[in-house]
Design a protein around this ligand. Structure first.
Ligand code: 8YV
Length: 318
């Protein structure tokens, strides 16, 4: 009989089809989230644990990393890793993996779904039909705005930003982007100024990484440059947009609309965004298709297995 390797799982991966079960089947899992006093639990059980599993939303801070004296690897389920203190891990010689590529298409698809839903008022129309208002009142919902042939501005032209841009071809859209630096491997025009990109575009899609360096990158000035006819889409991270400024601009009519999958303080969504007819609001479901969540799960488990077998991760970050 082979003894199972011991790992620490920070939180339940309930958004994954079978990750919790596969981890429990393959490993001796210490389930940290089931312990009320996390500090005491780590002090008692932390020694000897060499690998931990977490997710983009659950993360792993420096306190956790440093409470595990034998930790060597962090395997995360999710592509974003701003919630993992990679610097603290690096200082301790701990390697970190994420799940890139496998969710790119689903997140890009959702960005387009949001863009079209926002422009064509799809969720407003849905509410109208469900409320039995179709045929009861004169007229219909207010006219939306055309998507095909319009201008598409993308913030962050990484893997997901590029997948969003490629889909713009099918809609005859001109694409420009803002990024930390201009890319030499894409056919789209770079805008060094985010305000200028917002002023130029019809749809502004946020696809950048999260974390302190992009917090409130989309501020009041950017939002007002996008203007009363512009629509902002966010499939990246909530804090990239100043949510208060966004709500204020929607209320005062200085911004046309917002279609959002992510929020500053998830799962809390400001009442002003919920009250607006010009918003589309989703509960952070960019990667939430069965196929993609399964592929993320496979990749996280592959990293864990590879690290135990060879000391190497399959998809290390950086
Ligand atoms: C995850 C995500 O569903 O991968 C990411 O970075 O934001 C989503 O795909 C979720 O955050 C996992 O915790």
């Amino acid at each position: 009989m082979t003894t199972k390797q011991r790992i620490l799982q920070v939180g339940s991966l309930s958004g994954s089809p079978s990750a919790n079960q596969r981890l429990a089947d393959g490993y001796d899992v210490f389930e940290l989230w089931k312990h009320g006093d996390r500090k005491a639990a780590l002090a008692e059980h932390g020694k000897g644990i060499t690998a931990l599993v977490t997710s983009a939303s659950i993360g792993a801070n420096a306190e956790l990393i440093n409470a595990l004296p034998d930790l060597k690897a962090i395997c995360s389920w999710g592509v974003g890793y701003e919630t993992i203190d990679v610097q603290a891990a690096r200082e301790r010689g701990v390697v970190v993996s994420n799940t890139p590529d496998v969710l790119t298409d689903c997140v890009a698809d959702l960005a387009w779904g949001l863009m079209i839903a926002g422009a064509r008022r799809m969720t407003l129309g849905d509410r109208y039909v469900r409320a039995g208002r179709w045929g009861q009142v004169h007229g219909s919902i207010p006219l939306g705005t055309r998507v095909s042939g319009k201008k598409l501005g993308i913030i962050g032209l990484g893997r997901i930003g590029q997948a969003i841009a490629r889909r713009g071809d099918g809609f005859d859209m001109e694409v420009r982007y803002h990024n930390r630096r201009a890319r030499t491997d894409v056919p789209y025009q770079y805008e060094a100024s985010l305000v200028e990109l917002a002023r130029w575009t019809d749809f502004l899609v946020v696809a950048t990484v999260g974390g302190p360096e992009t917090r409130h990158l989309v501020n009041r000035e950017v939002i007002e440059a996008l203007g009363p006819k512009g629509i902002i889409v966010n499939i990246a991270r909530g804090p990239v947009i100043d949510e208060q400024a966004l709500a204020g601009a929607l209320e005062s009519g200085k911004l046309g609309g917002a279609a959002l999958d992510v929020f500053e303080h998830e799962p809390n969504v400001p009442d002003a965004l919920k009250a607006s007819d010009n918003t589309v609001l989703l509960p952070h479901i960019g990667s939430a298709s069965y196929e993609t969540r399964m592929a993320m799960e496979d990749m996280m488990l592959d990293n864990l297995q590879s690290w135990f077998h060879s000391g190497k991760l399959v998809t290390p970050v950086d």
